[in-house]
Design a protein around this ligand. Sequence first.
Ligand SMILES: Nc1nc2c(c(=O)[nH]1)N[C@H]1C(S)=C(S)[C@@H](COP(=O)(O)O)O[C@H]1N2
Ligand SMILES: [Mo]
Length: 203
Amino acid sequence: MSFTSRDRETLATEGIDPARVPPGQYVTDRFPVLHAGVVPDVDLAAWDFTVRGLVGAERTWSWDEVETMPSRSVTRDIHCVTKWSKLDTVWEGVPVTHIWEQVDPDPAATHVMVFAYHGFTANLAIEDFVREGNLFAHTFDGRPLAPDHGFPLRLVVPHLYFWKSVKWVRGFELIHGDSPGFWERNGYHMRGDPFAEQRFWGD
Ligand SMILES: Nc1nc2c(c(=O)[nH]1)N[C@H]1C(S)=C(S)[C@@H](COP(=O)(O)O)O[C@H]1N2
Ligand SMILES: [Mo]
C-alpha cells in the first residue's frame, strides 16, 4: 500500500471519515485517466453545445456563449467503477440547473442521453442530472481541463460512478424512458450509485 493509495483503516488514522468511501473502493491522490477511444481534436471556434430531443425548441450555444454563463465551484468526492475514489476534487463550471432553466422540457421527458465527441453517450434520469452540485465543468483544481480529462467541457455528476461524468461533452438529448449509453450497453449498471455498488447489470 503506497502513500497515494489508502484503505479505510488508514483514512481513519488521518482523520478522514471512512464512511465517505463507498464499498469496494480505495482512495487515491492521483488522477487516473480513463476513457474509450482517443482524445478528440477540439476546435473551439467550431465547438457547440446542443440540447435536443423532447424540448419545445432545440438550443445551441457556442463556446463563447458558454464561457459567459454563470459559473460556480464545487468540491466533491469522485468514485470510479474501476475502484479508485478521489476525495475533495475541486471543479468549476456551469451548473446543470442553469442550463436546464434555458430549456423547455416536454412533460414526457424522463431521462437524458448526454453525448460527446466520437459518439460517446451516458444515460441519466432527470433527477440524477438536474441536481445541485452537478456541473458542466471547464476547470479542475483552478486550471482549464486537461485534454485527457475532457477539455474544454465535461459533465461532473459526483454522486454516481464517474463513467456518467461525460468528458468532451457536446450536449444532451431529452428522452422518454431509460435507454443505455455507451458503458451501459457494455455491461455497466443503468444508474451507477457507488454507495449501493451498482457497478454492473444485475447489481
Ligand atoms: N467522452 C467520454 N467520457 C468519459 C469516458 C469515455 O470513455 N468517453 N469514460 C468515463 C469513465 S469510465 C470514467 S472513470 C471517467 C474518467 O475521467 P478521468 O479520465 O478524468 O479520470 O470519464 C468518463 N467519461
Ligand atoms: Mo470508469
